[in-house]
Design a protein around this ligand. Structure first.
Ligand code: PGA
Length: 242
């Protein structure tokens, strides 16, 4: 894995946004895989700023979000679709028909997962998958367990993950869904390039296990060691245990 340590979360946001803008200039039809969470917010705000400055164009781009809660309609302000609208999509020229999300209200969950995999394949696969990491080592909603799922699937969220998401639900843990849909490990690992971003001391332990530990389903992010071209962009705090 290529590990890059930058001084601050803002430096990561600025450099990564410029990197994506350059890639879009070279390939306007870029297919991006996108995460939610607190970590990527400065990156999304920076992309919106670059768009306002006329320095990035999403008119031909395609995006696929990593995961979504089960049981929330897309109009719900706590859904990950609403999150993306709020922090980025409302402010850039990405056509909504090319912003793909899993539907947490789908009547047939298994079909919905197959639909998503097919949509990714039809788009030609993901060129750049941006990822965050959970303090428990998850990526997307691939939670630590004895075995991991390869493809997009229905999953039960760990309490640690539900607690980490409680802020989206006004701090009310009881309101955080117990179930979600998520890209699987193969969906993620088949992206041509993977860029993990992690900031803050709370991520230092899972970052060290991801980069230096064994490849294990107990730390789903450790599977990124198997990717040909995985980059890990850290601030100093997140790198402090390497
Ligand atoms: P965070 O979430 O950016 O809010 O820490 C990351 C994740 O759980 O993947």
């Amino acid at each position: 894995m290529r590990v890059r340590v930058l001084a601050t979360p803002d430096a990561i946001a600025r450099m990564l946004a410029r990197d994506i803008a350059r890639r879009l200039a070279r390939n306007p039809r870029l297919v991006l895989g996108l995460p939610t969470g607190l970590t990527p917010i400065p990156f999304y705000r920076e992309l919106a700023r670059l768009y306002r400055a006329g320095r990035v164009d999403f008119s031909q781009a395609t995006t696929f979000n990593l995961d979504e809660f089960v049981g929330l309609p897309s109009s719900d302000p706590r859904s990950y679709r609403a999150f993306m609208q709020r922090y980025m999509f409302d402010d850039v020229n990405l056509p909504s028909r090319r912003a793909h999300f899993l539907d947490g209200m789908a009547a047939d969950i298994d079909r919905e997962c197959v639909r998503y995999e097919r949509a990714i394949a039809r788009a030609g696969g993901i060129d750049v998958q941006i990822l965050g990491i959970g303090a428990n080592g998850h990526i997307g909603f691939n939670e630590p367990s004895d075995a991991l799922q390869a493809r997009t699937h229905h999953t039960h969220l760990r309490d640690a993950t539900r607690r980490a998401n409680a802020a989206l639900f006004g701090g009310r843990l009881a309101d955080v869904p117990h179930q979600a849909l998520s890209m699987g490990m193969a969906t993620i690992l088949h992206a041509k390039r993977v860029v993990m971003i992690a900031t803050g001391a709370s991520k230092a332990r899972s970052v060290a296990r991801m980069v230096q530990g064994p490849v294990t389903p107990r730390v789903p992010a450790s599977f990124l060691q198997l990717h040909r071209y995985a980059e890990v962009w850290l601030d100093r705090a997140a790198a402090s245990r390497l």
